[in-house]
Design a protein around this ligand. Structure first.
Ligand SMILES: Cc1cc2nc3c(=O)[nH]c(=O)nc-3n(C[C@H](O)[C@H](O)[C@H](O)COP(=O)(O)OP(=O)(O)OC[C@H]3O[C@@H](n4cnc5c(N)ncnc54)[C@H](O)[C@@H]3O)c2cc1C
Length: 436
């Protein structure tokens, strides 16, 4: 189907978030050799959250970001959904690694969401926090899985934040006829990720022992007798006792043994023009939503009533027009009443995943910490990871060890093999979504 060209006529090809950014940070570039306790590499949410926790503990911390602005990658362009649990699901962890670890990691995932709420309140971050997320049943029999999840979380994990909505209740909240029910989580929520990340970074810059540099790409790491020398822009040296690698799918460029543990995937989003009166009927409780398929759509309303819409099956499509059409048609399938609504922003972003979708957080050698492979669910998790890596550097690695005992299955560093495996994985999930 061809879309009316007017829909994309005035589209801005940059993220809705950079378009509505409310924090400006004037940050320097590194132009000399310096020493510090901890060098954090990568200025997304993982790096910013780690730098903040270390600064609060009075470490002399230096954060190096390759690009000209912070949170310019996944952390500043994502769906903004702040979710409990992990992409692999709690029962995967329970089955593979035991109930005790699952219980501990479940509690940490709740802590991760609470940490975001705590930061917003403590630092008065202007980032449009909104309570509530829901998973909606795309097919009638998906409701059984949703029921099972509700029972499991309530009975085994003693979690009382969930509400189960049947088809009528769902239709009374979401202005769509396609869903068969919804599992609503009142403790999860959504926010403007870029304003959150930059607001947090601003707090970091207020600490006298913390320094953030942009346009300061790390080009090599050399370790010798407990001291690390970090080369920046092939020119300057940062000497540090500890390193935190927070470069997402680029960690492996600096420490090659991390490369074969994750793979990069790309996803697309758009923001409609403000919907105003229509928005009230679209998602009455203003929760963020995603559906029950493996290759699903996720969406939410922004504070100014734009529909931020992403996901779907855009994999393997190299033609941008086809991707734009596919995503818009996904929206119309859910909300046919939005036919003709214009697209204000269109953008893409990338994250890293592991084959079994468990996060990959740990330590290489004695003093290099890293995090990657959040597998599309890193907004809350990156905040928690910042705290637990800072605690580990401070001498308490109890929580880090819990993550380190997960065994993420790597995909392989060979780019060709990577591409083949990703294609096979997508084909598998397409079939699964079709038949189940
Ligand atoms: C489109 C999209 C939608 C998503 N939606 C959600 C969602 O709704 N909810 C959710 O929980 N998660 C979501 N995610 C996932 C989430 O955004 C990520 O898991 C998380 O932001 C990863 O944060 P990070 O700081 O580890 O990595 P990034 O944000 O990717 O940051 C890495 C940083 O490292 C820098 N860097 C790289 N190499 C170097 C170097 N050599 N030297 C210095 N700096 C370097 C990069 O420039 C970048 O700034 C989504 C992701 C995408 C792409």
């Amino acid at each position: 189907m061809n879309l009316d060209p007017i829909i994309y006529e005035h589209t801005i090809y940059r993220s809705f978030y950079s378009h509505t950014q409310n924090v400006e940070l004037a940050l320097p570039t590194l132009t000399e050799d310096i020493d510090c306790h901890v060098c954090v590499i990568g200025g997304g949410l993982t790096g910013i959250a780690t730098a903040l926790q270390l600064a609060k503990m009075n470490y002399h911390v230096v954060l190096l970001e390759a690009e000209s602005s912070l949170a310019n990658q996944a952390s500043g362009v994502n769906g903004g959904q702040v979710l409990n649990s992990y992409e692999c699901g709690m029962e995967y962890i329970a089955t593979k690694y035991g109930n005790q670890l699952a219980m501990q990691l479940w509690q940490l995932s709740l802590d991760a969401v609470n940490l975001i709420k705590h930061n917003i309140k403590t630092y008065n971050l202007d980032c449009d926090w909104q309570n509530g997320c829901g998973i909606v049943a795309y097919k009638a029999h998906h409701m059984q899985d949703i029921h099972n999840e509700y029972d499991l979380m309530k009975n085994k994990y003693a979690y009382d934040g969930l509400e189960l909505y049947d088809v009528q209740q769902t239709a009374s909240i979401v202005g769509s006829k396609i869903y068969h029910g919804c599992l609503y989580d009142c403790n999860a929520g959504h926010l403007h990720p870029l304003n959150y990340a930059l607001g947090l970074a601003k707090i970091v810059t207020n600490h006298p022992h913390a320094h953030i540099y942009v346009k300061s790409r790390v080009t090599a790491i050399n370790s010798n007798h407990g001291t690390h020398t970090i080369m920046v822009n092939h020119k300057h040296r940062v000497t540090a006792q500890f390193i935190v690698l927070a470069c997402n799918y680029n960690n492996g460029r600096l420490i090659p043994q991390l490369a074969n543990k994750v793979t990069k995937f790309e996803t697309y989003m758009f923001a409609t023009e403000p919907l105003n009166a229509v928005a009230v009927e679209l998602i009455k409780n203003r929760m963020a939503l995603f559906d029950s398929r493996n290759i699903m759509n996720y969406y939410r309303l922004s504070a100014d009533n734009c529909l931020l819409f992403g996901g779907g099956d855009t994999f393997g499509k190299s033609n941008l027009d086809k991707i734009k059409t596919a995503l818009y048609l996904d929206m119309l399938k859910i909300f046919p009443q939005l036919n003709g609504v214009k697209v204000q922003n269109f953008w893409s972003g990338a994250d890293s995943l592991t084959l079994n979708l468990v996060p990959d957080v740990g330590k290489v050698g004695s003093a290099i910490y890293y995090a990657q492979g959040y597998s599309g669910q890193g907004v809350a998790l990156s905040n928690l990871v910042g705290l637990i890596i800072a605690n580990a550097i401070h001498g308490n690695s109890e929580q880090l060890d819990l993550f380190a005992s997960l065994r993420p299955i790597g995909i392989g560093g060979n780019p060709l093999l990577n591409a083949v495996l990703i294609k096979m994985g997508i084909a598998y999930f397409r079939l699964k979504d079709y038949f189940y």
